[in-house]
Each structure stands twice: as structure tokens, then as C-alpha cells.
Design a protein around this ligand. Structure first.
Ligand code: ADP
Ligand code: TRP
Length: 332
């Protein structure tokens, strides 16, 4: 089984990225051939600062490694080190209906949330590059968050269109009828499908509601203390609906402590400050290990660069037969 996923290097990673994506990547690296990459070409659709672009790319690499992606078991690489991917992106684009791109959820959401009046081609074409990212390696499984599921459906649809156009005898109704491009499957982690942010909405770097994974202690504690709560009195039981603090505690409390915290929450007698203290403790219990590794790696950029170079070489080996097939099929 070949597993592939990527994370955009467009800002600081937060809890949503860990519980919604990276935690799964770490688990999956033992279940097949895993390829993980830093999507720095995608990041260019929202980032126009070359110094920051480089900084975030490096930070995502550190984060992958610190959170448990093991370069001996998984292939870790930078998007921009794989020229084959932009080639496939172009070729695939020749079978992509523009109407799919215009109506894509993530595209429509971005236009609306960020009040973009005159969108650029790159933003709209993003799902085509993402499909190329996946199809280039004969990927079987793509672990992603719920918001990415439509992109996976596009990848399957366009691969099917490509196969119909270019694979003699291909029949989309038949399984394993030997198309040039392999159809991937999304894997969404159900129990943590959406991690809430400090204001109760989906945690997202564009919403200013994140708790970061590798910010300073002070930043993290400030974010946790700012989690929105209602006006329930200290002595009353606390509601469990629309309560981001409760949801985050459930996610992060050490397994042996959750039952007691849950009981305290429902019993009343403790204020929200107490529970925020518990969340800060749980955060440190979970992430202090990775945070230490992150700092050590940050002090050894050459070592990280070596890992990325070796990863890119391996990824290009996986890509070589696919791009060769595709070039031959279309007549290049
Ligand atoms: P952001 O919304 O902060 O821009 P990205 O879109 O870069 O985050 O997401 C990277 C990965 O992390 C994706 O797989 C996405 O589904 C996952 N992810 C991001 N935020 C959350 C969240 N709040 N809950 C669950 N998963 C999330
Ligand atoms: N679009 C994904 C996100 O925003 C990141 C990504 C880019 C990706 N290419 C990918 C994820 C390929 C999985 C497979 O989270």
C-alpha cells in the first residue's frame, strides 16, 4: 500500500493540523510505503514573502520530524524538489473541466472568507496540482482532513478522465481495468474530524483562533487562557455543547486523567480557570517531548536538509515510471 499526504507551509502548525492530519501520518508510516511532503508550491498561492516561504518550509520539515515522522520508515520531501509534479499538473490540466474548479468548496470558501474579488489562476488551479501530487506516485491511500475530501474526489474523477482518454481498453466500470493513473482513496480520521479553535469555530490559521504546536510557552498559554467560555457560575455544572475548552481537554488530556476531568466538569464547583490550567498541563504533557526534539533539530539545519534531499531522491524514483508512462501515452 502506498500512502501519501502533504501539509502546506503557509504558517505555523496548530493543534488542528496535528490531530486532524499529522498524527495519522505517523501511525500510517508502519502500514505501507509512506510519502509525506511539505507543500511549499501550494503555499505560494497565499504567501508572497520569500523569506517567510523558506522559513515555514523548514519549520514544517522540523515539525514532521519532531512529531514522529521517521525518515527511515517514511519518505519526507519538499514539493518543489520534484519537477515531475508540475509536469503532470500541466498534462492533467488538459482533461480538467474548469467548472469543477470554479465550484470547488475550498476555492469558494477562500473567496468568501478572505473577500477575494479577483482570484488568481494559481488559487483556482490548486486542486489540479494537488491531484498531480497524489497521482504521480501511484498512491493508494491519502490521509486528510474532512475539508480535503472533495479534492480527493476530483483526483479520482480526473484520473478516470485521463484513463478514458489515454488507456486503450480502459473501462471505468471495471475494477483494475489497468488505467495509466491509479485511483486513490481518502482516509479521514473520524473521531477528530474537526478540532475547534479558541473561539469555537474550526481551528484555522486564517481565523486567528489557533493554539500552535511549536510557539513559545507564553504564546501557547495565552491562547489557552483566551479560549471562549460561557458565563456559567463556578458552582454550576458546565455545558458540554459548544464548549471548545471541553472538546480540547477531551482530545488532549492524558488517557488516565480524562474520566476525572470529565466528572469534575459535569459536577460543578470548579471555574473555567481551573480547566484551562488542566489544558495547559495536558498540552505540555503531550507536546513537550516533540517541542524538545524540534528545538534540537532547528539547531542542525544541515541534518534536516540532508533528510529532505534523500527524501526527494527517493520520491523521484517512485515518480519516474509514472511520468514516463504518462509522457508516452500523450505523445511527448
Ligand atoms: P488551516 O485551516 O490552518 O489553513 P490547512 O488547511 O493547512 O490548515 O490544513 C492542513 C491539514 O490539517 C489538513 O489535512 C486539514 O484537514 C487539517 N486541519 C486543519 N485544521 C484542522 C482542524 N481544525 N481540525 C481538523 N483538521 C484540521
Ligand atoms: N491541500 C492540502 C491541505 O491544504 C495539502 C496538500 C497538498 C495535500 N497536496 C496534497 C494533501 C496531496 C494530501 C495529498 O491540507
Amino acid at each position: 500500500m502506498r500512502i501519501l499526504s502533504g501539509v502546506q507551509s503557509s504558517g505555523q502548525l496548530h493543534l488542528g493540523n496535528y490531530y486532524g492530519a499529522i498524527r495519522q501520518f505517523v501511525k500510517l508510516q508502519d502500514e505501507g510505503e509512506a510519502l509525506y511532503f511539505i507543500a511549499n508550491l501550494h503555499a505560494l498561492t497565499s504567501l508572497r514573502d520569500p523569506v517567510l516561504a523558506r522559513k515555514y518550509t523548514f519549520e514544517i520539515a522540523l515539525a514532521f520530524l519532531a512529531l514522529g515522522v521517521d525518515p527511515r520508515r517514511a519518505t519526507l520531501f519538499r514539493h518543489s524538489d520534484i519537477p515531475e509534479v508540475t509536469e503532470l499538473y500541466w498534462i492533467l490540466g488538459t482533461v480538467v473541466p474548469v467548472s469543477n474548479l470554479e465550484s470547488a468548496h475550498s476555492y469558494r470558501d477562500k473567496l468568501e472568507n478572505q473577500k477575494i474579488q479577483h482570484p488568481e489562476f494559481g488559487l483556482m488551479a490548486y486542486p489540479v496540482l494537488m491531484a498531480a501530487d497524489i497521482l504521480l506516485y501511484d498512491t493508494d491511500v491519502v490521509p486528510v482532513g474532512k475539508d480535503q475530501v472533495q479534492h480527493l474526489e476530483f483526483a479520482r474523477d480526473w484520473a478516470t478522465k485521463f484513463n478514458i482518454a489515454y488507456s486503450p481498453g480502459y473501462d471505468p466500470a471495471k475494477k483494475d481495468s489497468g488505467g495509466l493513473l491509479k485511483l486513490p482513496t481518502a482516509r479521514v480520521q473520524a473521531e477528530t474530524a474537526v478540532v475547534p479553535g479558541t473561539n469555537g469555530g474550526k481551528m484555522s490559521k486564517s481565523q486567528n483562533n489557533t493554539i500552535t504546536l511549536f510557539g513559545t510557552d507564553k504564546e501557547v498559554e495565552k491562547a489557552i487562557k483566551g479560549i471562549k467560555t460561557d458565563s456559567a457560575a463556578v458552582e454550576s455544572p458546565k455545558p458540554t455543547e459548544n464548549a471548545p475548552l471541553y472538546d480540547l481537554l477531551k482530545l488532549m488530556a492524558p488517557p488516565g486523567e480524562w474520566a476525572a476531568i470529565d466528572a469534575e466538569w459535569k459536577a460543578g464547583g470548579k471555574g473555567y480557570g481551573h480547566f484551562k490550567g488542566k489544558l495547559i498541563e495536558s498540552y505540555h504533557a503531550t507536546f513537550d517531548g516533540p517541542r524538545k526534539v524540534y528545538a534540537e533539530l532547528a539547531a542542525n539545519p544541515d541534518e534536516v536538509e540532508k533528510i529532505l534531499q534523500a527524501g526527494a531522491q527517493k520520491a523521484r524514483e517512485y515518480a519516474a515510471p509514472v511520468i514516463k508512462r504518462v509522457r508516452a501515452a500523450v505523445g511527448l
